[in-house]
Design a protein around this ligand. Sequence first.
Ligand code: C2E
Ligand code: CA
Ligand code: CA
Length: 780
Amino acid sequence: MWTSGNALAVVGVHPWENLRSFAGTPIETLMTKQSSRSALVVSTGLGLFAVLVFALNLTALRGPLFLLWLAGPLSTIVPVVVALRISCTPSFPLPTRRFWRHLATVAALAGLGSALNAWDVLGTGAAAQNMSAPTVAVFSAAVLTLLWGLFRLPLGVSGRGELLRIGLDAGTVLLAAAVFMWQFQTRPMLEATGYQAASVIAASFTLVLELVTVFAIVKVALAGQAYLAPRALHLFAAGMFGGVLSGFLQQFIVDQPHLSLTQISIPLVMICATAAAEAQRRSGVRAPSRQSAGRSFSVFPYLAVAAVDALLLAVAWPHEDQRIVVVAAVALTGLVVWRQITAFRENTELVARLDHSSTHDPLTGLPNRALFNDRLAAALPGRVSVALIDLDDFKTVNDTLGHGAGDVLLTTVAERLSGCVRAGDTVARLGGDEFVVLLAGLDAAEAELSAQRMIAALAEPVIADGHDLLVRASIGLATSGAGDDAGELLRRADIAMYAAKHGGGSDVQSYTSGMAGAVADTAALGAQLRQAITGGQLRLAYQPIVALDGSRLDGVEALVRWQHPDRGVIPPAEFIPVAERTGLIVPLGDWVLRTACAQLAAWTAELGPLAPAMMNVNVSARQLSDAGFVDRVVQILAATGVPAHRLTLEITESTAVALGEAAGRLAELRGIGVRISLDDFGTGQSTLTLLHELAVDQLKLDRSFVQDDAGRPGLNMPAAVFALAGAAGLEIVAEGVETPEQAERLERLGYRWAQGFHFARPMPADDITGLVTRLSAPAA
Ligand code: C2E
Ligand code: CA
Ligand code: CA
């Protein structure tokens, strides 16, 4: 990650980048590319020119003297301009801009110093290496400004350990640099001048300045600068080291009065400066990434050790008597360094493994939420689609078949999703049964097609623990528009996913702006529902189940209502799905069961034999998948004193299909005498198999068949279901009877029990009391 500035800029999350895409225009980008090339060409040209002229004049002055001084001042112009441009780009963070402003000043001062130096030589005929006081002052100001700029850069180091490591590494590099400077620069200089006081001071000053410079660079590099593009940092460090090391050339030119190191070092360092500035400009800004930065730079201390070892060998070689000791010492450091590097490599591997496990989901091996977010942020502001996939009824599978089966299901889903996307797309698991796919570069229609393929891929049954599971998934799709950020895109996909779920699941929904309100309502409803359950806002209405001739009330069905403080009565169709999704159905269902049983007990106490014989209560799949359900039913029956055979639990066909092992719970309940009814019968699938597998007591013919008045050709469902119920020995109740004609027709078919507005609407408990009293009056 550290090695390439561009890669990092893409991987990192950089809010400024977004800003830039607003502020910057494509035209600016084009200009940047072009001017960056020409800036580098100019810098490199001047550098090469300087080297050429220097080389030609290395042994003696050949040609006009001013040519030697031409490149230095000129070469600083380009980096000044480029660095200034960075410092004026508002999209860069403040420390970055400040740093490049300092650098522009440094380059300008270097240019000025080099011009003054040239003036000294050309104007007054002084020797090139003897700088005048003003020249020295200007150069010193340049170096000090540079140091100041480097020190001002925020370190971004966390913890004492890291600080210590950086300190030790920096110390190593610094010591090595000092040794080299002493050997090749300070000592020759002092020997040449015979250790005069003035030159000792000058040499010490230079040495200290150089060491401080090295320290500043090392500090920045080792700390892994958060505010500089890595490539820029590398180029910059290379330039600085080059500048410092050029001091060693000093010894070769001490006897050439027309030569000065600044003649080539300035143009060469300015190439690096220009390249670094351009790298910074191109890369934008990245998020701090300390670890990797620190790790990759840690080779420099080793290089420093190797360099000093080499120096030691070179210096000590002529002394034959000490050779063996010196070689052994060098070999020893080599071994230690080797060992260190081995440990370092192992460390790196460990970190990489940890890195992987911190960015990947252990079960499926897919990227996790964090990595997904990174990739999504990196893909923006390009065109991306996010497909959010949520499995329908996964919890039921997990609860009824066990976690082993759940895990198999999840890994299979992961494989199938990965199998139906392109190589560059990211499939990630956000947690639980939620997956997400990042589709890059597709338009909305193509993305929808892709999502449809996912649904199709998931539709194949999954075999888990010997069970054939049907995976249904709801997919919400959102495609980015101008200026959308990652969070917004995910939020939209989430909304669309809920819309898909709401529509019955196993479907793809693309986000539309209208969805937001509906889903926000649902979310708000969920939050309020929690309060409603504990806060006594729920009511039960009871709808009589009567003999078709209207003579007798056999039982009642408890139907929940929500007396919302602001919205009035909310029908169950609106909040039961919310309750099921949020899991609130479990406490809600408990409340219904307890209240209904208590009511039945109260009627029995009040009305004696006239009380409804049966209480029908609706139960959702989610309730049945709860391991404590049977115990709670038993406990409620005991607490209210209602005998088990007076309670009928209604489950819908689709619930029953999804039951899996929770079917065992139904059997258990039936074992203690509770009756089971199949609700909305005829609307689901696999009806016959189900009847065969599930032991039930009652069927409730769905009202669509009752209200679908005769006349229509085809299968006569009420008749068929009646026959089926008769064959299976089940009681049958017709639902939704609204007219006398419907009642009559059902009666002719042989039906005995019915429910519907024709007889009675769902009503409060007190009205039931009145009703049974009225019904019993003629008989009395
Ligand atoms: P359901 O179990 O099929 O309940 C019967 C629904 O049909 C009730 O609607 C009832 O008011 C309505 N209905 C009764 N007679 C007629 C008729 O003649 N014509 C028409 N058009 N409709 C009739 P409601 O009360 O709105 O309940 C809707 C659904 O909500 C219920 O369907 C049931 O699935 C669910 N539900 C209600 N209460 C509960 C509960 O306590 N727990 C659970 N899990 N679900 C419940
Ligand atoms: Ca029902
Ligand atoms: Ca029903």
